[in-house]
Design a protein around this ligand. Structure first.
Ligand code: PMP
Length: 436
């Protein structure tokens, strides 16, 4: 294994030591601490376009993009202007503003299944609230999620989850009461037979099935042909609500998300990340009849002091506008596909087994010889190889997700030249790994 601190500058090392005195593990979200890959994370000073710069003055091409939100790249001038213009007029009012409706209208247009939406401040809040609505609307208590899908850290959803939880091997977190956990049923992703069995046993009490329609938190795993439609059909047959968690895939796999791409009509949808343009935002919404049950129009309670925050709305609106430019998604997908193809070619040339796929502005790469179709197959991927690859690429100035069980992201700011450099580095690194 690569020495832990080989690539980290002196200032970042010192900053991490200092951070650990005040923050658990030195971070405010677990995956940032690099546990899966080892080493000390560089501390970031600023970002510009596709680059981030650390406090030691090192520059990286960023394929993590704050874990997805920055589809326009760092500090895009339109987004910065929208935020600063709004900031001069005030940062929060806790009262209605027109910009909330403007963003809501854009979302509804892009996601016709969302007839009414409620803004919140994170993806976790969005999924947690969507579950409450599903339970309140149906009067049922159980939910189904898929193994390896991550939907934020609410008690009901931190069960066999992916992302940092997958990485750390904590299928259930201490602090989640078993009485809550037992209401969450799980099935393997892409396994409609297991889902059908759950419905046969518990169907009358299943309020909702929640799914990442393209799974992004066990690495990127695509839904197999017909799987999403089969989930839709099954949920309809049992009067169970279907929640598409598009916090990651929304405005990423296409402008209309996975539901637009695959032509599925969910009952409820959650969004986050991109629609906040780098500021804290989440949204849940869906069919009018269901969402009208939310307070104050209905009895299901949910609220937030900073919900619909004007700075976040402004950043989100500016980002969504940039994605409306013709050709934006063709560009994004050409970059993600080139990256994956380059990874596959480099692996092949070095005789290292690799897998990968891209969709829209997301991609996934694995060191594995078998196709990745669910959490079990994703976990088979070679973690040690990824660690070495990650550090070698980081040293060369390319910042990837600090775990193989995470998706990669591209932005409108990534240039062909930056991608060329990335592919050359991948090829070089694979050769290095092959000789170890
Ligand atoms: N759902 C999905 C699909 C996610 O990818 C994430 C975060 N990665 C969340 C929910 C939770 O969002 P947040 O971190 O903003 O709470």
């Amino acid at each position: 294994m690569i020495p832990n601190t080989k690539h980290t500058g002196a200032k970042s090392l010192a900053a991490f030591e200092r951070a650990k005195q005040s923050l658990p593990g030195g971070v405010n979200s677990p995956v940032r601490a690099f546990q899966a890959v080892g080493g000390i994370p560089p501390f970031i000073e600023r970002g510009e376009g596709a680059y981030v710069y650390d406090i030691d003055g090192r520059r990286y091409v960023d394929y993590l993009l704050s874990w997805g939100p920055l589809i326009a790249g760092h500090a895009h001038p339109d987004v910065v202007k929208a935020i600063t213009d709004q900031a001069t007029r005030g940062t929060s009012f806790g009262a209605p503003t027109e910009i909330e409706t403007q963003l809501a209208e854009e979302l509804k247009q892009a996601y016709p299944s969302m007839e009414l939406v409620r803004m919140v401040s994170s993806g976790t809040e969005a999924t947690m609230s969507a579950l409450r609505v599903a339970r309140g609307y149906t009067g049922r208590s159980r939910i189904v999620k898929f193994t390896g899908c991550y939907h934020g850290h609410a008690d009901s959803l931190l069960i066999r989850a992916g992302s940092g939880v997958a990485t750390f091997g904590l299928p259930d977190s201490p602090g989640v009461p078993s009485s809550i956990a037992e209401l969450t049923l799980t099935a393997p992703y892409n396994d409609i037979d297991r889902l059908r069995m759950l419905f046969e046993e518990y169907g009358d009490d299943i309020a909702a099935v929640i799914i990442e329609p393209v799974a992004g938190n066990m690495g990127l795993v695509l839904p197999q042909g017909g799987f999403l439609q089969a989930v839709r059909d099954l949920t309809l047959a049992y009067d169970t609500l279907l929640i598409f968690d598009e916090v990651m895939t929304g405005f990423r796999v296409s402008y209309g998300g996975a539901q637009g791409k695959f032509g599925i009509d969910p009952d409820l949808t959650t969004l986050g990340k991109v629609i906040g343009g780098g500021l804290p935002v989440g949204v849940y919404g869906g069919k009018r009849e269901i969402m009208e049950q939310v307070a104050p129009s209905g009895p299901i309670y949910q609220a937030g002091t900073l919900s619909g925050n004007p700075l976040a709305m402004a950043a989100g609106l500016a980002t969504v506008k940039l994605l409306q430019v013709p050709g934006a998604y063709e560009r994004l997908e050409s970059v993600s596909k080139r990256l994956v193809q380059g990874f596959l070619n480099a692996g092949k040339r070095a005789h290292i087994p690799v897998q990968g796929h891209a969709i829209g502005a997301m991609y996934g790469t694995f060191f594995a010889s078998e196709p990745i179709v669910d959490y079990d197959s994703a976990k088979q991927a070679d973690a040690q190889m990824y660690r070495e690859y990650f550090h070698e690429m980081l040293e060369r100035g390319f910042y990837f997700a600090p775990s193989q069980l995470e998706s990669g992201f591209v932005s409108l700011a990534h240039s062909d030249e930056q991608v060329d450099q990335t592919l050359a580095a991948m090829d070089d690194v694979m050769q290095v790994l092959a000789k170890r």
